[in-house]
Design a protein around this ligand. Structure first.
Ligand SMILES: [Zn+2]
Length: 316
């Protein structure tokens, strides 16, 4: 499962080539949609919704989910001199599920985990099962932000005995958090992932911390530069903040780290506290990182997306 911030960045990449552009050809390569033709329609919005990516074209909306292997890629149909070129896909043609072509670009969805076309008016109903999206722009506006937080806390609290490390991954409770943010936010909050949701001392503070970590990673890349790698370590100690941690803007030039100094011999500060650090150890205390399967077996997700990394010393 991708993290929610990946979808925001993907939408940012595709928006300039699709939004306000007319589709001149569409090709849906799934049995249910094989006869559908959306050519002639204007794409009026490209937007992420939790871990879904939506393309709105008038009264119909293309709804996709990447699941594990899926990706959307854009290929120009002309070179810099304006001469037509034949796009060379980076993946085999049989993996393509959807082709959306405009005058200037071909946008191809490969190995999509889900592809549907639904009436735009029914999108909200279709996705109503999802909990509040931590990257929803509405978090910036009161009182809407309060309503989102209340709804997320209400959903999470509906099963207070559930381990918090599982509840955070359940998109029907709160959406956007994938395995990386689950591991990292629980380390920063110093919470044992196995403790119950009901025993978490500050649930809104925990969600706020997760949201801030994710938002720090969705700044659009500067033109011509590669998108910065995802990091959860740009934080600073702050006694007034929930769990004593405040997320600093991404790519701050000065980093303050709770606990430890820069590891010897390391030129760049590592991206994560515990996630994937089974060899290096916990970045906070240096102790061993525990690795165990801890996810919803029913969710049909590969083992990697369920592997929990955590620190027994920091997370009690
Ligand atoms: Zn530790």
């Amino acid at each position: 499962m991708p993290e929610g911030d990946s979808l925001v960045r993907l939408a940012d990449q595709l928006r300039p080539v699709l939004e306000s552009k007319t589709l001149v050809r569409t090709d849906f390569r799934t049995p249910q949609l094989a006869t559908l033709d959306l050519s002639g329609r204007l794409v009026d919005a490209v937007r992420p919704w939790a871990k879904y990516l939506l393309f709105r074209a008038g009264d119909l909306t293309i709804l996709s989910h990447l699941k594990m292997e899926g990706r959307w890629e854009a290929y120009p149909l002309t070179n810099d001199a304006g001469t037509p070129v034949t796009p060379r896909w980076r993946h085999p043609g049989w993996q393509a599920r959807c082709v959306l072509q405009t005058e200037r670009h071909q946008v191809v969805g490969f190995q999509l985990g889900l592809l549907e076309v639904v009436p735009t008016a029914s999108v909200a109903d279709r996705l109503a099962f999802l909990g509040p999206d931590l990257l929803d722009p509405d978090w910036d506006e009161l009182p809407r932000a309060d309503a989102l937080m209340n709804e997320a806390v209400r959903r999470l609290s509906s099963d207070p005995d559930r381990p918090v490390g599982l509840a955070l991954l359940d998109q029907s409770l709160v959406s956007g958090i994938g395995n990386i943010y689950r591991c990292e936010v629980l380390l920063l909050a110093r919470l044992d992932p196995h403790r119950s949701v009901g025993s978490v001392p500050d649930l809104p503070g925990l969600l706020g911390l997760a949201r801030d970590l994710m938002r720090a990673n969705i700044e659009p890349a500067r033109p011509g530069s590669r998108p910065p790698r995802r990091t959860t370590t740009q934080v600073t100690p702050d006694d007034g903040a929930p769990y004593g941690v405040r997320v600093t803007p991404a790519r701050a030039t000065v980093q303050h780290r709770p606990g430890r100094s820069t590891p010897p011999g390391q030129r760049t500060w590592p991206s994560h506290w515990v996630y994937g650090r089974q060899r290096e150890g916990c970045l906070r205390c240096g102790g061993p990182v525990a690795v165990e399967p801890f996810g919803d077996e029913q969710a049909n997700s590969p083992a990697e997306s369920r592997t929990l990394y955590w620190c027994r010393q920091c997370q009690r």
